[in-house]
Ligand binder design. Structure first.
Ligand SMILES: O=P(O)(O)OC[C@H]1O[C@@H](O)[C@H](O)[C@@H](O)[C@@H]1O
Length: 300
């Protein structure tokens, strides 16, 4: 365990350990919920509220290696989403998910545990993509494992120039069978259909899955993944987020991804909380912006 990445005392409900690939991980276990976060990417890889099955999906083929993203869980996309808005914005989804974050807060309030992580431009120096981004920043990420999973990402512009960034909390959700899943809450929302080559369209009714699905919706409200196979629904509610991204790679793209098992695609769907493309966040010098996702389970 890399001790310098943990700067606070841990409550008894939080354990620091060497996780997969030897990467440092924090494990949370209380009567309210269990969960797990890797310092690599401040990446939530598990969340299970008491009395429920796992909510957050992980690929069994994920890599766990420095400078490689974890597949599944909740990757943090920053300061760009996907390929970004300008040439050269590589690797995909930015560098925050490749960096080692520092734990700066750990609290247990009656079994509801909040872990707080920090990342600045100094922490990403030398990482792939860091040279593309010339704006200094401070990210603070608060993860609360309670009856719901609350993820709150604050970006502060610590420089002297205004900047504009994209971001996403790219949550992978467990489902029994994506072909039976419907996503409610996006009816009437305009979207960019990336799987259809960048067409623009408007959602009619719930989102259902019949092939590769990769859509950036303009929507500020909650989206609910109704999963009849498991008899439950997962609600992704949010604040200060203009976009909801819905993604399932389906079979061909799954087979092309080395860190994703070919047979896994029916068991997951991503419902992501984002600000991307024309909804990128404009952040004046010295200002901050907080985007929050609240993930909870209800009867389906
Ligand atoms: O393979 P990555 O970089 O983790 O991205 C996974 C997917 O993430 C989604 O958010 C994007 O909309 C997709 O286009 C992308 O394929």
């Amino acid at each position: 365990m890399s001790r310098d990445l943990v700067t606070v005392d841990l409550p008894a409900s939080v354990t620091a350990a060497d996780g997969a690939g030897g990467l440092p991980v924090l494990r949370v276990s209380t009567p309210v919920a269990t969960g797990e976060v890797y310092l690599h990417g401040a990446h939530v890889t598990a969340y299970t509220p008491a009395g429920q099955g796992p909510v957050i999906w992980m690929s069994r083929a994920s890599e766990f290696a420095p400078e490689r993203p974890i597949r599944g869980g909740v990757p943090i996309c920053f300061p760009w989403f996907g390929p970004g808005r300008e040439p050269g914005m590589s690797p995909a989804h930015g560098f925050a998910r490749l960096a080692d974050w520092t734990l700066v807060g750990a609290e247990d309030a009656d079994g509801v545990v909040t872990l707080t992580f920090r990342l600045t431009e100094a922490d990403v120096a030398g990482l792939p993509g860091s040279g593309v981004w010339r704006f200094p920043f401070e990210l603070t990420y608060a993860v609360t494992f309670g009856p719901e999973l609350t993820l709150s990402l604050t970006a502060r512009n610590t420089g002297t120039e205004d900047c504009s960034f994209e971001e996403a909390l790219h949550s992978y959700l467990h489902v029994r069978d994506v072909t039976a899943v419907s996503i409610e809450g996006l009816d009437g929302a305009a979207y960019l259909d990336k799987a259809a080559g960048g067409e623009h369209a408007v959602q009619s009714g719930p989102v259902t899955f019949t092939g590769e699905t990769d859509r950036v919706y303009r929507s500020t409200g909650p989206a609910t993944a109704v999963d009849p196979g498991s008899g439950r629904a997962v609600v992704v509610a949010k604040e200060a987020s203009a976009n909801t991204v819905v993604w399932n790679p389906w079979s061909a793209k799954a087979a092309a991804m080395p860190d994703y098992d070919d047979a896994e695609w029916p068991t997951m769907v991503c419902v992501e909380t984002a600000n991307a493309l024309e909804d990128a966040v404009a952040l004046p010098a010295g200002q901050s912006h907080t985007m929050t996702a609240r993930i909870s389970v209800t009867a389906g």
